[in-house]
Design a protein around this ligand. Structure first.
Ligand SMILES: Cc1cc2nc3c(=O)[nH]c(=O)nc-3n(C[C@H](O)[C@H](O)[C@H](O)COP(=O)(O)OP(=O)(O)OC[C@H]3O[C@@H](n4cnc5c(N)ncnc54)[C@H](O)[C@@H]3O)c2cc1C
Length: 285
């Protein structure tokens, strides 16, 4: 499916395209329209050291483009894409290579969070990298019970955090099963980040939560350069425009590459209406 010629048409709402050229064109346009970007070279759970190195090289190429074109962009990477499943040492060498390059051009590597099995290893690695180089952002998921304590820990180390709700299927032994509890936890953690976080990134399309964020920012007089909002490319473009027009920093997460299947499926699962959108596209000639 990933290499089918119909793929571009199906995925274009959420994915910039299959090549770095397409990605760069989309991100430059976003920058021109006032958005920040984070480039995600699609892929996760690679099967060999060579594949992990290819992912690292794809990210190095993305960082070269960011430097050359002076784009307002970070990169977002998953550790399983850099080989975490079969060699922690290799994974560390790969991510270190990206972080040192990002640091040399004054940009960040954002380390996406995957399913709960990976949280300890991911946070350990991010914490080591932050202590040694800076130039990294951690991601925490509000659906996990443990996240409150992770937020406090990372804030103590001044590690920048992207807060999201969480996109993986998790058991009720580790994650809040009810959406309303996830949302309540998100708001609690977000307010803590506004008060104690190092440049927090509020990653959500939830309008009620965004309204709460904005009222808190106003109440506390928090300057617009002390935090950013983040959203996914193609999701709630109306809200995206509104935030930028109101003068807030908004970074869009823009995926590219051929390995779009798991990413795309998570986006469909989040919202049943997306399946109708997909079906319409499948029926078009
Ligand atoms: C920048 C960014 C980075 C992320 N990084 C990670 C990560 O590293 N690890 C991780 O587990 N998850 C990550 N996520 C995904 C996140 O965990 C959620 O699964 C996703 O953002 C949906 O949650 P929500 O906060 O938008 O709230 P929801 O309550 O799910 O959605 C609120 C509203 O947003 C809109 N919406 C949400 N999703 C969609 C969609 N797919 N299509 C159309 N409309 C939609 C709908 O209007 C919905 O009512 C990231 C999300 C963002 C924005």
């Amino acid at each position: 499916m990933e290499t089918s010629p119909a793929a571009d048409r199906l995925t274009s709402r959420f994915v910039a395209g299959s090549t770095i050229e397409r990605e760069v064109a989309v991100c430059q346009k976003l920058n021109a329209d006032g958005y920040l970007a984070t480039l995600d070279h699609l892929g996760e759970s690679v099967h060999s050291l060579e594949e992990a190195q290819q992912s690292r090289d794809a990210y190095l190429a993305a960082l070269e483009q960011i430097a050359k074109l002076e784009m307002e962009a970070t990169v977002s990477v998953k550790l399983t894409q850099l080989g975490l499943d079969f060699s922690e040492a290799n994974c560390r060498a790969n991510i270190e290579c990206l972080v040192t390059r990002a640091k040399s051009i004054a940009r960040l590597v954002e380390v996406d969070m995957e399913s709960s099995d990976y949280v300890d290893r991911t946070l350990q690695l991010v914490s080591n990298l932050h202590a040694q180089y800076g130039s990294v952002r951690a991601v925490l998921q509000a659906y996990l019970y443990r996240t409150e304590s992770d937020v406090h820990n990372l804030c103590r180390q001044s590690i920048p955090i992207r807060l999201c709700k969480g996109a993986y299927r998790e058991s009720s032994s580790v994650a809040y099963p009810r959406k309303k509890d996830v949302d309540a936890n998100y708001v609690r953690l977000m307010l803590h980040l506004f008060d104690h976080g190092a440049y927090p990134a509020i990653a959500t399309h939830d309008e009620a939560i965004l309204d709460r964020a904005i009222s808190y920012i106003r109440e506390r007089n928090i300057a617009a350069d002390r935090f950013e909002f983040q959203m996914l490319y193609g999701v709630r473009r109306d809200l995206q425009r509104r935030l930028v027009a109101a003068g807030y920093r908004l970074r869009l997460y823009v995926p590219y590459g051929n390995a779009w299947y798991p990413y795309f499926m998570r986006r469909l699962a989040e919202r049943p209406a997306n399946v109708i959108f997909l079906a319409r596209n499948l029926l078009k000639n």
